[in-house]
Every structure is written in structure tokens, then in C-alpha cells.
Design a protein around this ligand. Structure first.
Ligand SMILES: Cc1cc2nc3c(=O)[nH]c(=O)nc-3n(C[C@H](O)[C@H](O)[C@H](O)COP(=O)(O)OP(=O)(O)OC[C@H]3O[C@@H](n4cnc5c(N)ncnc54)[C@H](O)[C@@H]3O)c2cc1C
Length: 407
């Protein structure tokens, strides 16, 4: 789209603008008001979830064949940003529906999995959580112990323990990364999706972390759970890492969603800081007159805008039906995690002692985004990948641009 400043490769289409306006309206009207109570009680607001469902906002990335809107990573990021601008816990419900198991099921799963899960997720009636992390296998996911043993033709038994499954306590299903018989290390890792009420699946605990109180992580045990062909998302191959790499690559959707939530929460915190700077009077003047605080705002804006640009590039590069590319995604997630930490911290500081109180939403954003710096691969894991890419001479590109370093 041509603007007075030239061609904007990231300009939102009319449909995308309408989606943003819808998500913004629902988030302001239905997500923001109950968010403080949800944080204090640890229970998601049913009204907020119902309002998102009524506005068709759980349907964004799910294909039209299953009741979804069939949109992509750009639209997912728009909605996540607007919802997280008011509340991260509620945004995580959208994140699971957009970029979590349902995306994997649609791209990688068979007909049985799609028919079983996608319509209910699109309607906002079912949550499917993610079980990758184990007590002894977090960043080193290839060390996981959850495993299948053969139990007759086309039938296996799953045993293992997953200790960080977001919203697992409310989920109807769980996507479990696990090892196929005879696999070792990264070889043989695949994934299945099982209902939480299947015999042998047990919810054994719920974390109470620093933040994201209304969308906590669950501990889930699997004890000889029957798994059939219909439950398989990606079959592990004991002699290759191919299936594991497919699963890892697919996490780039989740990483962009994580970055979008950080950008949204930071945007909300920045807006609260600006409002407070204009309202709060010291010595007869608004604190917004203070140069020292304006410099804080400047640093916040620089970090936030940089992160938003990196994220926008990554989701645009995914294209229709594609996956955001790994290096651009890692840059976006890292920048968004770090920007959100700085912006939410400074927004709280600008509010003085009130910023530390539950009375103002910035302390909640500060606690919530901190958790996002671990999920979908820690900042350190992203930095490892970025560092090894840069040292290998890999460069990034942007839509419509030439590789700046190409000869
Ligand atoms: C709020 C929240 C939600 C989550 N949701 C889910 C979920 O839904 N499903 C799920 O499966 N998991 C989830 N997780 C788990 C998350 O993915 C893990 O916490 C993460 O992968 C790190 O694993 P770990 O906690 O075992 O830390 P470890 O892997 O033990 O790492 C410890 C520290 O060492 C660093 N580190 C590790 N390896 C390296 C390295 N090679 N170089 C430099 N530093 C390194 C890490 O970054 C970290 O700082 C969630 C976590 C949180 C906090």
C-alpha cells in the first residue's frame, strides 16, 4: 500500500484492520474488566472467554473445513496483540487455539485428529494443551523420557510425565511429544494427541507461578495410556531425526504468538505509563514534563517498535499456509521478550509506588510477560540459535526487499 512515506510492505489490509478493531473492542469491553479478579483468584473469566468465542475470535487460524476462518500468522498476531494488551492469561487461550496443538493438528495430523479436535477448538469449547517439557528435559527436549511401547498392531501404550502444560487443568486434550520404540536422543521423537479423560491420564498438579495466574501450567502423568493410529500427530522414526525436526520447525508459529503477546502487553503498559505521566502532578506540573521520565518513554518506544517490526516481518514471511522462518522468528521472539521486560518494568517505575500495587494493571503485565520469556524456547535458546546462524554467515531478508548483503 502506498502512503505519504512511500510503500509500506506491512500495511494491514481492510480485513486485517477490521479484525484488529473487533479484537480491540472485545478485549477492552470483555477481557480487561475481569482480568484483575482472574489474576487474584487464578480462574479465567468465563465471560471473557465467552465473549471471544461469540466474536469468532478462536476461529482465526483454523481452516474453514472445520469451522475456522482459515487466516494466518499475521492475523493471529493481530488478535494476540490486542488481547494481551489487556490481559496475557486470556490471550494464552487464543494462543493455544491459533498457534498451539490445533495448528499442528491441521498441518500435520490425519482426518481423525482434525475432526475430533478442530471444530471444538474453533467454537471455543475445547482447549488442547501442550506437553513437551519434562522434569529432566526442558531446553534439552531430546532427553525426554515419555515413550510409547508397542501393544499390538497399530496400538501403543504411552507412559511419561509432563510438568509444564499451560491450561492443562482446563484442557480436553493434550498434545504429547514422546519417543517411539527403539528411538534414542532426538531420533524417534514424535507426537500424539490424547483426550485428558482417557484411562491412565492424570492431572497431578498445578503451578502457582509469579504471573499468568489465570492460565497456569499443569503437571500431567501418563500411565500406560492406550494410543492408536488415530491419535498420532507425527510418527517418530527411530533411525532419523526427521519427525523431531518437523515438530521443532512448527514451534515457530508458537514463538511468533509468544512475541505478539509480549508486544501487546508492552503496548498496554506503555499506554498506562503515558496516561499516568500526563495525570500525575508533582509541584504543580505533570510528571510528563520531567526529562528523565521522557527518556524512559523513549527507550521503551525504541525497544517496543523494534520488536514489533521484527515480529511483523516474521509473520509476513510465513505467507498463506506457511510457517514463519526460524532465524527471523528467533530474532522476533528474543526482541519481544526483552522489550516487554524493559517496557513493563519502566512502566511500573513511572507509576511510582502505585505501580507496584494490584490497583494498577502494570504490575500484572510485568509478572505475566516474565513467564513468556521461558515458554516456546527460552531467550537463551533463541540466542544460541541466532548466534550460530550469524556465525555461519546466514542473513535475514524482508518481504519485497533484496538481501542487503547479496552481491
Ligand atoms: C509460563 C510458562 C509456560 C509454559 N508452558 C509450557 C507448555 O504449555 N508446554 C510445555 O511443554 N512447556 C511449557 N513451559 C516450559 C518451558 O518450555 C521450559 O521452562 C523451557 O523450555 C526451559 O526448560 P527448563 O525450565 O527445564 O529449564 P532448563 O532447560 O533446565 O534451563 C535452565 C536455564 O539454562 C538455560 N539454558 C539451557 N540450555 C542452555 C544452553 N545450551 N545455553 C545457554 N543457556 C541454556 C535456560 O535458558 C534456562 O535459563 C512453560 C514454562 C513457563 C514458565
Amino acid at each position: 500500500m502506498a502512503t505519504s512515506r512511500g510503500t509500506d510492505p506491512f500495511a494491514e489490509s481492510e480485513d486485517q484492520q477490521a479484525l484488529r478493531a473487533l479484537a480491540r473492542d472485545v478485549a477492552q469491553r470483555a477481557v480487561a474488566p475481569p482480568a484483575r479478579d482472574a489474576d487474584l483468584t487464578g480462574e479465567l473469566s468465563k465471560d471473557a472467554v465467552a465473549a471471544l468465542a461469540a466474536a469468532d475470535l478462536f476461529r482465526v487460524t483454523i481452516g474453514e473445513d472445520w469451522g475456522g476462518l482459515g487466516l494466518g500468522d499475521v492475523e493471529a498476531a493481530i488478535v494476540l496483540e490486542e488481547v494481551a494488551r489487556q490481559d496475557v492469561s486470556t490471550a494464552i487461550c487464543c494462543q493455544l487455539a491459533f498457534n498451539g496443538p490445533s495448528r499442528g493438528i491441521e498441518h500435520l495430523g490425519g482426518a481423525a485428529l482434525k475432526d475430533r479436535w478442530l471444530p471444538r477448538v474453533a467454537d471455543g469449547e475445547a482447549i488442547v494443551s501442550i506437553g513437551i517439557t519434562e522434569p529432566d528435559a526442558g531446553s534439552a527436549v531430546q532427553d525426554m523420557r515419555s515413550a510409547l511401547v508397542a501393544d499390538g498392531p497399530g496400538r501403543w501404550r504411552l507412559s511419561g510425565y509432563k510438568n509444564y502444560s499451560t491450561l492443562g487443568h482446563l484442557a480436553e486434550g493434550i498434545l504429547v511429544w514422546c519417543r517411539w520404540p527403539d528411538g534414542e536422543g532426538a531420533k524417534g521423537i514424535g507426537a500424539v494427541v490424547v483426550p485428558m479423560d482417557r484411562d491412565g491420564v492424570a492431572l497431578t498438579g498445578r503451578h502457582w507461578g509469579m504471573g499468568i495466574h489465570a492460565a497456569t501450567e499443569a503437571e500431567v502423568a501418563f500411565d500406560g495410556v492406550v494410543v492408536t493410529e488415530d491419535d498420532i500427530l507425527v510418527a517418530g522414526e527411530p533411525t532419523t531425526t526427521a519427525a523431531f525436526k518437523v515438530l521443532l520447525g512448527h514451534l515457530n508459529h508458537e514463538r511468533c504468538g509468544n512475541a505478539a503477546m509480549c508486544v501487546g502487553a508492552a503496548q498496554g503498559a506503555l499506554e498506562h505509563a503515558v496516561r499516568y505521566m500526563n495525570e500525575r502532578q508533582l509541584g504543580g506540573h505533570p510528571i510528563g514534563d520531567l526529562q528523565g521520565l521522557r527518556w524512559k518513554l523513549s527507550d521503551m518506544a525504541v525497544q517496543l517498535e523494534g520488536a514489533r517490526l521484527l515480529l511483523t516481518r516474521a509473520v509476513h514471511l510465513a505467507g498463506p499456509g506457511g510457517t514463519p522462518p526460524p532465524l527471523e522468528t528467533a530474532l522476533a521472539k528474543t526482541a519481544a521478550n526483552l522489550a516487554a521486560k524493559l517496557v513493563c518494568d519502566e512502566a511500573m517505575q513511572i507509576h511510582g509506588g502505585y505501580g507496584y500495587s494490584h490497583e494498577y494493571p502494570v504490575e500484572r503485565a510485568y509478572r505475566d510477560i516474565r513467564g513468556l520469556c521461558f515458554g516456546a524456547g527460552t531467550v537463551e535458546a533463541q540466542r544460541n540459535f541466532i548466534g550460530s546462524s550469524v556465525v555461519a554467515g546466514r542473513t535475514t531478508v524482508s518481504p519485497g526487499w533484496l538481501d542487503p548483503l547479496a552481491g
